[in-house]
Design a protein around this ligand. Sequence first.
Ligand code: ADP
Ligand code: MG
Length: 277
Amino acid sequence: MSADARPVLRVTDLDVHYRRGTGRLHALRGASLTVAPGETVGVIGETGSGKSTLARAVLGLVRPSGGRIEIAGGDVTGHSTRQWRALRRRGVLQYVFQDPLRSLDPDLTVAESLIEPLLVQGRPRREATELARAYLDRVHLDEELLHRLPGELSGGQRQRVAVARALVTDPELIILDEPVSALDSANRVRALELLKQLRDSGAALVFISHDLGSVAGIADRIAVLYQGRVVETAPARELVNAPRHPYTRLLVSSAPTLSSAAGDRARREALRELLHV
Ligand code: ADP
Ligand code: MG
């Protein structure tokens, strides 16, 4: 990955406001993030820090009030709803959300969910059907599920279908918003294996989670979102071993699988510093 490779995603100084009663809520405050081709970037932060808002903005599901979004070299900031829909349907970027029912159209069978984006890409139906079967197999699901609706599947099965659907168009970028949080621990381990498979597909991944532990093992770089701002971005190991921002230090010292004997002291110090920031 050379430094001058065209990023697959570049988010610059992004602002998003939501209407809240009579006022406005500033959910993203100048957030920036760059993702290189094939790179896996983790985005971590506590509930309400703006992670899902960032995901939705990058997918064209919420309109920013400022800043810039470039996807695969093209400026998409000013895209209309229709242009965004066309971009999503082309399959260049894909997504898996926490609730797989939201990643999948509840009215489409598994087969239709997998085949439709391929037809949009101009593949013949026969080839699309074969690919759908192959991808279902890749996520270890039985062919007999092809004719079921998402509502007739278990949570774990649904998430696998969502992963297969995200992979089938051979996207450049996949946004994963808390893809494993809603699963029980057995399914979570399997889902993390699926994430490795996603990464090995060659697509760039943005892997969003509130849990540093589940991101640290899979991401090349990690961005820390705090109150709508990316306060630190660093290679995963560096971020875990030498966190710079007090909030990152707090996250590192609070992650059960990462914390050391010095965790408690580090946490107290980070908290003290944060309260003064
Ligand atoms: P995260 O995914 O990190 O938990 P979100 O992006 O969902 O954070 O939310 C960021 C902030 O924006 C929160 O304060 C949340 O309550 C608010 N928010 C999110 N979605 C909406 C919405 N549709 N309308 C109003 N406020 C929202
Ligand atoms: Mg969220």
